[in-house]
Design a protein around this ligand. Structure first.
Ligand SMILES: Cc1cc2nc3c(=O)[nH]c(=O)nc-3n(C[C@H](O)[C@H](O)[C@H](O)COP(=O)(O)O)c2cc1C
Length: 190
């Protein structure tokens, strides 16, 4: 069987912060089991649009792709070819970072809706969506998890998460006892 393809969208503006550490440990675990892991840092992509333009052109074409020709378009293509999509983000005001949300919203182009027939098709169906997030407090992380879990359910994806509280400052995740081992094991089981 071919190796599992894992695409990680890492949405922190901090190159060496908590998200980067968690993504690194997750990847280490996943690679130890033979997975092919690619990490995309969404904060450093070049965009031609400040988000989904809601042009709906994607709904008029046969391909599952965004018509805005920038870095997000190629990341969306990679999502179609991955077995597992990991979204990693710091908690920003009870939601994901804008740097992750910009790609998340453009995932609209990977769905085709027929409202008359009440149908939805997507090549994401059957894949796994993983959320990795850190924050100062756990209450906010529970709120953050909801849109990801609901999107996975709506899409027909499996859902898993690793939510890490007590990381209020970037770098603090390294001081949490056992978190490195937990994140590696989470990646190995992915
Ligand atoms: C703009 C901003 C908003 C934040 N909002 C919250 C929040 O609502 N709740 C919380 O517990 N932590 C919040 N935090 C803390 C971050 O979620 C936390 O430090 C995270 O682990 C940082 O990850 P990073 O090092 O990868 O950037 C916020 C931090 C920033 C910069």
């Amino acid at each position: 069987m071919a190796n599992k393809k894992i695409l990680i969208l890492s949405g922190s503006p901090k190159k060496n912060g908590n998200t980067a550490a968690l993504v690194g440990w997750f990847s280490e675990g996943a690679r130890s089991k033979g997975a092919e892991v690619e990490i995309v840092e969404t904060a450093f992509l070049k965009y031609k649009s400040s988000g989904c333009a809601s042009c709906r052109t994607c709904q008029e074409i046969e391909e599952y792709e965004c018509v805005i020709d920038d870095d997000a378009k190629s990341v969306l293509k990679k999502m179609v070819h991955a077995d597992m999509i990991v979204m990693a983000t710091p908690l920003y005001f009870f939601g994901p970072s804008a740097q992750l949300k910009i790609v998340f919203d453009r995932m609209f182009s990977l769905y085709k809706w027929d409202n008359k027939a009440d149908t939805m098709k997507t090549p994401l169906k059957g894949k796994t969506l993983v959320l990795i997030a850190s924050a100062y407090e756990s209450a906010g992380l529970a709120a953050l998890e909801e849109p990801f879990k609901m999107t996975a359910g709506y899409t027909g994806m499996q859902f898993k998460s690793l939510l890490v509280p007590n990381a209020g400052e970037s770098g603090e995740v390294n001081k949490i006892p056992g978190i490195r081992e937990k994140a590696i094991a989470f990646g190995a089981a992915a």
